[in-house]
Design a binder for this molecule. Structure first.
Ligand SMILES: Cc1ncc(COP(=O)(O)O)c(C=O)c1O
Length: 455
């Protein structure tokens, strides 16, 4: 068990199933169906009880009313509910300012709304083509070509439109990774990747990013690679650290993926939210040696402030796309047709839109970073994405991130995510909380005011 120093198994990703080396333990990976399921079930129940103690669980018990343990699959028993979404529920209960979950509190561009409304008015109500409306796929390919000259995507055979990047990542792993294979995850990691790997039967293996700039240690990455590795997940710009992968790092990944015949699955949902300026974000698919082994995952969610629309896509070589399309078909059939029409409008927005959001996010980042520094947090301002990963040692000598996040909400009225959510071993995140800033300046100013009470 990978219970952290402060007790609860908080990380949704594989917490109960991981040994301290970050590998799935035999109990689960061997897939002993019934016994493993029951054991996993009781583990989840224990975990939920502890999470409830910490105020982080609002429901989702796996026990039926009669008190007889319900059998769930071994896979489902190996991870908990999303801590981030739990923090949102807790925040609502406390009428707090939600800097936990990364969703905007400002409107999306009118162009998207008008296009989606027009599609509904035109009775665009039936299934779109399962792998995405033709107009949307062509618009995505055209936008990629405009944004990254030289990167050519064939919309007929290299794109699959999905229900958000969440489904894109899941469908990709289910389509391309086999049980028993390893998937490398840079740690700290966005909490979905661990469960994604487990649900596809793979063994997540963690490679640390190192503070202060969250860099890759070349020797550690080389040591993690082997012929068992099927894929490495890249997320650039990176949630939760704000790291933007450098060309040198991507070239190292390219060398290792070629040597071990591994894939890169890259989540670029924050591609336009970065503070390094033009050329700061480098899509791995454009790095020599990676074009034919990269699956790019993206979505409307963050760039266009429509996290609730659930529209994303994959870009991958034809053979991979064909497998992803099949899995996607049986998972969801397809993304909402009228919202794909909104996506066509999104792809047509001019370059000034992207310059505008980068400048606005910089202002939000600077405002929040000023408030966090004044309150006594230590951190490296993010180069990309919209999160600040904070060291809490000056404010929380106990080093209990869950208790600290709860106190922060109850006393200051600001919700953040406990750092342990982003690590396989919760102890590694016990001095960390993450704040999100996709919020109106007024919201951030109100949060800054509340945070000032901590100093
Ligand atoms: C790195 C990363 N990938 C994916 C997602 C989810 O994206 P979507 O809403 O498109 O499913 C998030 C949301 O916070 C994220 O931070």
């Amino acid at each position: 068990m990978a219970f952290g120093r402060s007790g609860p198994a908080r990380c949704p990703a594989c917490r109960q199933a991981l040994g301290h080396d970050g590998l799935v333990t035999e109990r689960v990976s061997a897939g002993q169906s019934n016994t493993a399921s029951v054991v996993a079930d009781s583990t989840v129940a224990l975990s939920d009880a502890r999470l409830a103690d910490a105020g982080l669980v609002g429901g989702g018990s796996v026990r039926p009313d009669a008190g007889i343990p319900a059998r769930v699959s071994a896979k489902a028993g190996t991870f908990t509910e999303s801590v981030i979404r739990e923090m949102t529920r807790l925040c609502l209960a406390h009428a707090g300012i939600n800097l936990a979950q990364g969703f905007p509190d400002f409107p999306c561009p009118d162009e998207l709304k008008e296009a989606a409304k027009a599609a509904i008015d035109a009775d665009d109500n039936q299934y779109a083509i399962t792998w995405g409306a033709r107009a949307f796929r062509h618009a995505i390919a055209a936008k990629v070509a405009r944004t990254y000259p030289g990167w050519t995507v064939d919309p007929e055979i290299e794109i699959c439109v999905t229900c958000g990047s969440t489904e894109a990542m899941m469908a990709t792993m289910l389509a391309l990774v086999d049980p028993g294979e390893e998937v490398l995850l840079f740690e700290p990691f966005y909490e979905n990747y661990g469960p994604d790997a487990i649900l596809s039967g793979a063994r997540p293996r963690f490679v640390p990013l190192h503070e202060p700039d969250w860099s890759i240690d070349e020797a550690q990455l080389r040591a993690a690679f082997s012929d068992r590795v099927r894929a490495v997940v890249v997320n650039t710009p990176h949630n939760p650290t704000g790291k933007v992968f450098t060309r040198a790092e991507l070239e190292l990944i390219a060398e290792l993926c070629q040597r071990h015949d591994a894939l890169v699955i890259t989540d670029e949902i924050y591609e336009h939210i970065q503070y390094l300026g033009p050329g700061g974000h480098i899509p791995p698919a454009t790095v020599p040696g990676l074009a034919d082994r990269t699956i790019t995952v993206n979505a409307l969610s963050k760039t266009y402030a429509v996290t609730g629309w659930r529209v994303g896509w994959t870009i991958a070589p034809p053979a991979y796309t064909s497998a992803i399309r099949k899995v996607h078909d049986f998972l969801t059939v397809g993304a909402a047709a009228p919202l794909q029409a909104g996506g066509v409008a999104a792809m047509a927005l001019p370059p000034s839109y992207y310059d505008g959001i980068a400048a606005e996010y910089r202002e939000r980042r600077d405002l929040l970073c000023g408030a966090l520094a004044a309150a006594g947090f230590r951190f490296r301002p993010p180069d990309g994405a919209y999160y600040v990963m904070c060291d809490t040692r000056a404010l929380d000598p106990d080093g209990d991130d869950v208790a600290f996040a709860r106190r922060l909400l109850e006393t200051a009225g600001v919700a953040a995510v406990p750092g342990s959510s982003f690590f396989a071993n919760p102890a590694d995140g016990r001095h960390i909380v993450r704040f999100a800033f996709p919020k109106r300046l007024d919201t951030l100013r109100a949060a800054a005011q509340r945070l000032s009470t901590l100093a």
